[in-house]
Design a protein around this ligand. Structure first.
Ligand code: FAD
Length: 280
């Protein structure tokens, strides 16, 4: 449980951090995923570049039709931000459900998205919110839609020489609702199943509905089958039941010592139903 030797550097700005990056260096944000991996020697960077005190990375801003969450904003910052609550409430309530208070005070949204744990909460939240992940590298910045950001088990579209700088979240139109519900692993509170739903319509109606699920497969996914089932429907007990039954259509379901494939499938259906009933 002792990491191998590394150098520690503290970056003052994004440019400064990117200039320090070398092949065996890693950014250090909250350290809540990286340090445990280093202690187990699953990860042995020779340099840690601390980005947690870069002010420009911690801001949460209202930009009119969308908000910007800085990559180094902690889960706690997001959970208690009025800007986030007003723009897309499930982002705040989802952040509040992450881990415990120590994890929320140190862990960051950018660190979680870079790490891409298949049981993490942010992946489902950013997919359902149709957020965009802005990353910066040596050749400038680019925007990656959340829908194409996650590419596999702990894998993303982020290149080794890039840093996540901002998460852009569209504001929900008036009358919309959003919710995040999850079944937690009781020790860590990671999601065995987490379901995020955004519905751009008045209560009971189905508008442009987005359903995203984490914890079930090797990466979070948009549950298009559930959305298709709800198209043109009102949210009733029957339509919700039919839609929830399709929570894992076309998905390879994980099986581990926390939950078998069969149990995860069941939980996914139960939690999609719970989420839809909440916004009914
Ligand atoms: P770090 O650990 O510092 O970094 C993780 C990885 O991301 C590293 O590879 C690092 O180099 C890279 N990185 C960090 N920031 C950036 C950036 N801006 N750009 C590019 N790369 C970057 N998560 C949940 O979702 N739900 C939970 O319920 C939950 N429970 C937890 C319980 C415990 C006990 C612990 C220890 C963790 C838990 N987590 C949970 C994970 C937690 O949210 C982590 O904070 C998060 O996954 C990683 O964020 P971090 O800021 O700590 O990143």
């Amino acid at each position: 449980m002792i990491p191998s030797k590394f150098q520690y550097k503290r970056a003052k700005s994004v440019t400064d951090a990117l200039s320090m990056l070398s092949n065996d260096a890693k950014f250090l944000a909250g350290g809540h995923s990286l340090l445990p991996a280093m202690k187990l020697r699953l990860n042995q960077p020779d340099t840690l570049i601390d980005i947690s005190r870069i002010e420009e990375l911690k801001e949460i801003k209202d930009e009119g039709d969308h908000i910007i969450i800085g990559a180094a904003a902690t889960h706690h910052d997001v959970a208690y931000s009025t800007i986030v609550k007003e723009a897309c409430s499930m982002m705040a309530s989802g952040a509040e459900q992450i881990g415990d208070i120590q994890v929320r005070n140190a862990g960051t949204i950018g660190g979680s998205l870079a790490h891409a744990d298949p049981a993490a909460d942010w992946p489902a939240l950013v997919i359902a919110a149709e957020a965009t992940i802005r990353v910066q590298g040596p050749d400038g910045s680019r925007d990656i839609p959340a829908a194409s950001y996650f590419t596999g088990f702990y894998e993303t579209a982020l290149a080794d020489n890039e840093m996540i700088t901002e998460i852009h979240v569209p504001k929900l139109p008036a009358g919309s609702s959003s919710v995040y519900v999850k079944f937690v692993q009781p020790a860590s509170r990671f999601a065995i199943v987490g379901c995020a739903v955004v519905n751009n319509a008045d209560a009971g109606e189905v508008g442009n509905i987005k359903v995203a699920i984490t914890g079930v497969s090797e990466m979070a996914y948009r549950a298009h089958a559930v959305e298709d089932e709800l198209m043109g429907q009102v949210l009733s007990e029957e339509s919700i039941e039919r839609a929830a039954a399709r929570a894992t259509d076309h998905v390879d379901i994980l099986s581990d010592h926390y939950a078998s494939e069969k149990y995860r499938k069941h939980l996914a259906q139960v939690y999609v139903k719970k989420a839809l009933e909440t916004i009914k």
